[in-house]
Design a binder for this molecule. Structure first.
Ligand code: GTP
Length: 309
């Protein structure tokens, strides 16, 4: 089943062909159009359509060149491309398929066939996207899972080093959670994990904030482009919000309610070498310190490379 109205980019230098495809597909899909290769690359990178129908013969660069450019760009390489061409040689088809195209349409169009094949392609794109999404989500809490965090964290570190920006890591761990499970049972424990995850997400809600489940009862927040004190301030806000949930925990020796401890570290904005692993190590040490200071506490420090030597 197609879930939402998908966008298709039609690239053809003849207006009549764009019109034919728009008439045939416009009631089901959003149609964008481009009449040159350069324009196609620009529209594709800006609009990220679900599918591209690409004529081989264009007035500036060839459809094959457009395909090459799109497939070598991280942003657009996953967009399926179907070539449309009046040329019918097997060599042309082979070149296109080897460049990564998904299919071929010949002109003049056999519209029922065009529609059926487009539908199949778009269903495939949407199912793949849904599977990718599910592979990144923690099944219990609905936040990103550890695999997703590892992937995005690596990218964020590269971005921060290259652009001399700060990133902050917050490691959050529920206090006395073993005792909670032992006393209230795992089903109630799971409910606490869900509530804590939701609260963390509500606090770290900017578009670039990443909240992930880091391990059993441990979560992580990644702030990209954060300021020096932002991480510590956010951590304090999350700590307070969890306390305000007032989830009874009679086995907690400190509060009789569920609380969390948080370790925070922020990289320097000088672009000085830090490796992702060391930043996490420092955050983990801060978390350990927060636990030993009595829990329900935030410990924060600015990262310096010598800290882990
Ligand atoms: N209900 C539930 N419990 C989990 C899950 N994952 C991990 N846990 C439990 O989390 C508990 C973590 O216990 P510990 O690592 O000893 O930590 P703690 O009791 O919170 O102690 P401190 O962190 O020192 O305050 C263990 O009992 C795990 O079984 C889960 O998905 N659901």
């Amino acid at each position: 089943m197609i879930e939402k109205r998908a966008t298709i980019l039609v690239v053809d230098d003849e207006r009549i062909n764009i019109q034919i495809l728009n008439n045939a597909l416009g009631d089901q899909y959003n149609i964008l159009a481009a009449m040159t290769g350069e324009r196609a690359i620009k529209v594709a990178s800006e609009s990220l359509p679900c599918l591209i129908l690409l004529d081989i013969v264009l007035p500036d660069i060839s459809g094959h060149d457009v395909c090459r450019a799109l497939k070598s760009n991280e942003l657009t390489q996953h967009i399926p491309i179907i070539f449309i061409t009046a040329q019918s040689g097997a060599d042309d088809e082979l070149i296109g398929l080897e460049l990564g195209a998904s299919d071929y349409f010949r002109k003049p169009f056999v519209l029922p066939l065009v529609k059926a094949r487009i539908r199949n392609q778009i269903e495939l794109v949407q199912k793949t996207a849904e599977l990718e999404r599910l592979a990144w989500i923690d099944g219990l809490t609905g936040v990103s899972n550890r695999r997703r965090f590892d992937q995005l964290y690596f990218d964020a570190c590269k971005y921060a080093k290259r652009n001399k920006r700060r990133i902050s890591i917050l490691l959050l761990d529920i206090d006395f959670f073993k005792q909670y499970n032992d006393h209230y049972g795992h089903v109630k424990g799971d409910e606490v994990l869900k509530k804590v995850a939701r609260t963390i997400e509500q606090c770290a809600s900017r578009p670039l904030d990443l909240v992930a489940r880091y391990g059993g009862e441990e979560f992580v927040i990644l702030l990209t482009d954060s300021s020096e004190s932002e991480g510590a301030m956010l951590a304090e806000k999350v700590r307070e919000k969890i306390e305000e949930l007032a989830i009874p925990h009679i086995k907690s020796t400190i509060h009789k309610a569920v609380t969390i401890s948080i370790g925070v570290t922020t990289s320097s904005d000088k672009g000085s070498a830090f490796d992702c692993r060391k930043l996490l190590e420092v955050a983990d040490r801060c978390l350990y310190e927060a636990k030993s200071m009595g829990r329900n506490t935030v410990v924060s420090t600015d990262f310096r490379p010598e800290m882990t030597e």
